[in-house]
Design a protein around this ligand. Structure first.
Ligand SMILES: [Zn+2]
Length: 324
């Protein structure tokens, strides 16, 4: 066997006849060009059709069994696992020409993660536009937050999930958690919440608060704050949840009961911001982020920056005197 490496010409460039001898010659292709390839050669929405079909099948099953975690073959993505690869695969398998995509990272459209995911979709899915405005979006991919505005029936919410298994805190073995779900045996979860009340005086879980979906499966709603948990209950929109690293997809269909787990004497409650208001728009009815200002002081601002900006724009427009 010869050790010589024979360079193969790319198929796109057939051998051209030598102008002098008339014999076919092999054109020399710069190696870097050959390695990087043509960006236009990417499949629509990056994923190949077989992958998208498999993800869609998992999504259909997830919608049919609300709150049930469907295993799927999570693909290698151009972002690392743990950075929204699950949500991105769900978005790419769902999106099509005419869709308008909004991407949020911790409430803001300007986060590095959101910017890069948006750019990937813009480059690989022609016909898809992107937007910051919640009301304009047909698909909203998010990490950690729901938009403040209620979503409509023609909108799909895609959540990035790091840890899809709500029973992981009481059972480390996957084979056992799957059995517990199958048998709806959630006794250990209730004991865990009871112990939390005994230790901390309340159910202390702040993000990813466990919920019962459609009266059947306990589900982790992804690390959204408690503030957003109520938005899942009887929502007009479809919510799809993707966990790339853990290879799980699950869903909450529209108009489905999503009930946070609690006790009669320790009822579920959302974050209380007291008298605090947004320092930018003055809102006292939104989920606020605490910001440390120069000198060590604290201030608060809406976590949903697009909602905050829209509110400021409306207030400014009202302030402009009418030209009579
Ligand atoms: Zn605000």
């Amino acid at each position: 066997m010869s050790n010589r490496i024979v360079e193969q010409p790319p198929r796109a460039n057939p051998p051209t006849p030598d102008p002098v001898s008339g014999n076919a010659t092999t054109p020399r292709t710069p190696r870097l060009t050959a390695l990087t390839g043509d960006p236009a050669a990417y499949n629509y929405a990056f994923l190949d059709e077989v992958s998208k079909r498999e993800i869609r099948r998992a999504l259909l099953k997830a919608v049919a069994i609300p709150g049930y975690q469907v295993p799927f073959g999570s693909r290698e993505m151009p972002i690392a696992r743990g950075w929204g690869s699950g949500g991105l695969q769900v978005t790419l398998a769902t999106i099509g020409p005419g869709d308008r995509l909004k991407v949020i990272d911790q409430g803001t459209d300007a986060g590095v993660n959101a910017v890069n995911i948006r750019r990937l979709v813009e480059r690989t899915a022609p016909g898809v536009t992107t937007t910051y405005a919640t009301e304009e979006a047909t698909i909203i991919q998010s990490r950690h937050r729901f938009p403040e505005e209620p979503l409509r029936a023609d909108q799909i919410m895609v959540l990035q999930v790091p840890l899809p298994e709500p029973l992981r805190m009481v059972e480390p073995r996957e084979s056992v958690t799957r059995q517990l779900h199958a048998e709806a045996d959630y006794a250990r979860m209730w004991v865990h919440l009871y112990e939390d009340v005994i230790t901390n005086g309340e159910i202390s879980r702040a993000a990813g608060y466990p919920v019962l979906v459609n009266g059947r499966y306990i589900m982790s709603p992804s690390p959204i704050p408690r503030w957003d948990v109520a938005k899942l209950h009887q929502s007009a929109s479809l919510t799809l949840l993707g966990a790339g690293r853990e290879k799980r997809i699950y869903a909450v269909p529209p108009h489905t009961d999503v009930v946070p787990l609690d006790f009669e004497d320790y009822p579920f409650r959302v974050e209380d911001f007291g008298e605090k208001r947004c320092a930018r728009c003055g809102a006292d009815d939104t989920y606020l982020d605490e910001l440390i200002v120069e000198g060590g002081g604290r201030t608060y601002a809406c976590s949903d920056t697009a909602h905050c900006d829209a509110r400021i724009a409306t207030t400014d427009a009202a302030r402009i005197p009418h030209a009579d």
